[in-house]
Design a binder for this molecule. Structure first.
Ligand code: 4AD
Ligand code: MG
Length: 450
């Protein structure tokens, strides 16, 4: 049976017969034998294989160079080498696939930009292997978090006719380009979803605590290191829950994920710590054991103004906080994670619950050092008349949203939820600086390769 490199390295005893298949990372030759280091992506480390000259298949050893795929049979023995517990002494080797001379991953130290241009090969590097194993573990931890709290996982649709965020930044879905909407596939205009929230609310108003976790699309022309046109979002929605409870869950969620990463990173965290961010572990440990500061938007604005600092976007009450402001608030003002709540009504979507002051809504954003906004959420407007008025004010086509208003007609309840950007979470726990480097194949304005 084929064993993964991870399983071989974890072995507690020597084994007389093992079989493995993997790719060559490095090779060293001497007269009597060759050393190859094999990696199959199951873990960060590779395993060393000793190929004695003359064993079956050894005549191919010249082709077992970096990038080639190889099958090995042999025995697992304790390694005399330092820092390595086990190695394989081969009795038989087979070259599965040789490698053309132009294999681009010869040397170490490629730039992230170059590696993005070979996104089909970059998971074979130590760094990106670690990123994508981390991504997989983090997704699992997300499901565990909600499962342990009895949230029901709901698959909200990807194709939709409604614009949740009301910003009009949607990709159109059509089979009738240039034709009339009534003649189109669905008999009306349809889009890729910007959020599963509205559909999620319908399920929360039946099953109480639900969450979605799926791909999300935004046709916004943002050329930043934190925006992607296709990203994954986690959206819990809770009936009988106010903004306070929403913020509690959001903070608990991030803390849970960070603790999980600290416990179960299987050595991958070392790579980020060493090559990406020397302060990473300390930052994560701080968040895992410490609390979140909370501050109203109004206070945040006065703290920014009082700082006397010159920002690219001057600060005034009513403005949307920019990334520079968000980062200043958590990196300089509170020196840690920060939840900002009660934002001006005028800069937020139609569905947020109006506060009694007539100026703000029950919105909240969770900001973290290094990344800025990682979560955005709110208590939803559950009062029929107020919601309808807000929809009219935002010039929504009420006919399209009749089902959404119905929730407020039939047993309406206070309810709240949030959206967490999965890639932003991943940037936070890896220290990776660009969203393009934590998603397998990034889609950004002007770029849809692979
Ligand atoms: O703040 P946003 O736009 O909120 C919503 O979509 C709500 N409907 C969520 C809800 O209440 N259910 O997006 C939520 C999060 C942001 O905080 C950010 O982390 C991430 O989604 N996000 C993006 N991530 C990558 N690329 C983009 N273009 C993103 N836009 C939002
Ligand atoms: Mg937001």
């Amino acid at each position: 049976m084929r064993l993964s490199v991870k399983n071989l390295l974890r072995s507690t005893v020597a084994q007389e017969f093992v079989e493995l298949s993997a790719w060559v990372r490095t090779k060293r030759d001497s007269k009597a034998f060759s050393f190859i280091e094999l990696n199959d992506g199951s873990c960060l480390k590779g395993i060393q294989v000793i190929i004695d000259a003359g064993i079956p298949g050894s005549e191919q050893v010249g082709k077992m160079v970096t990038g080639a795929s190889v099958k090995v049979k042999g025995c697992l023995v304790e390694s005399p080498g330092e820092g390595q517990s086990w190695e394989v002494r081969a009795s038989e080797v087979e070259l599965l696939g040789g490698v053309a001379e132009d294999f681009p991953l010869q040397k170490k130290g490629h730039t992230p930009e170059f590696l993005r241009s070979i996104a089909h090969l970059r998971p074979r590097t130590n760094l990106y292997g670690a990123v994508f194993r981390m991504r997989s573990r983090l997704a699992y931890a997300v499901h565990r978090f909600f499962n342990e709290r009895d949230f029901t996982y709901v698959h909200t649709p990807i194709i939709t006719a409604s614009d949740c965020e009301g910003a009009g930044e949607m990709f159109r879905v059509t089979t009738n380009e240039g034709g009339k909407a009534e003649d189109d596939f669905f008999g009306k205009k349809s889009y890729l979803t910007v959020s599963g929230q509205l559909e999620g609310e319908t399920f929360a108003c039946a099953l109480s605590n639900i969450y979605t976790f799926g791909p999300t699309f935004r046709a916004e022309n943002s050329h930043t290191t934190r925006h992607a046109s296709e990203f994954w979002m986690i959206e819990p929605e809770m009936a009988f829950c106010n903004l306070e409870g929403d913020m509690d869950l959001a903070e608990e969620f991030i803390q849970f994920l960070v603790r999980d990463v600290l416990e179960k990173n299987e050595g991958d965290l070392e790579v980020f710590q060493k090559f990406i961010d020397k302060g990473l572990r300390q930052r994560l440990e701080g968040l895992a054991s410490g609390g979140f500061e909370r501050m109203s938007y109004t206070e945040a604005v006065s703290r920014l103004v009082a700082s006397g600092r010159k920002f690219d976007y001057p600060v005034e009450w009513g403005m949307n906080l920019q990334s520079e402001h968000e980062r200043y608030l958590c990196e300089e003002v509170v020196k840690g994670p920060l939840t900002v709540y009660d934002y001006p009504k005028s800069i937020k979507p139609f569905y947020m619950r109006a506060n009694d002051d007539g100026k703000t809504v029950t919105a909240m954003d969770v900001l973290v050092p290094g990344v800025g906004e990682i979560i955005g959420g709110s208590q939803r407007e559950e009062r029929y008349d107020l919601l309808k008025a807000a929809m009219e004010q935002h010039e929504l086509n009420i006919e399209n949203y009749g089902w959404y208003l119905d929730l407020r007609k039939y047993g309406t309840v206070p309810h709240s939820g949030f959206g967490a950007g999965f890639e932003r979470l991943l940037m936070y726990v890896t220290g990776m600086q660009n969203i393009r480097d934590v998603i397998p194949f990034s889609r950004t304005p002007g770029s849809c390769n692979f």
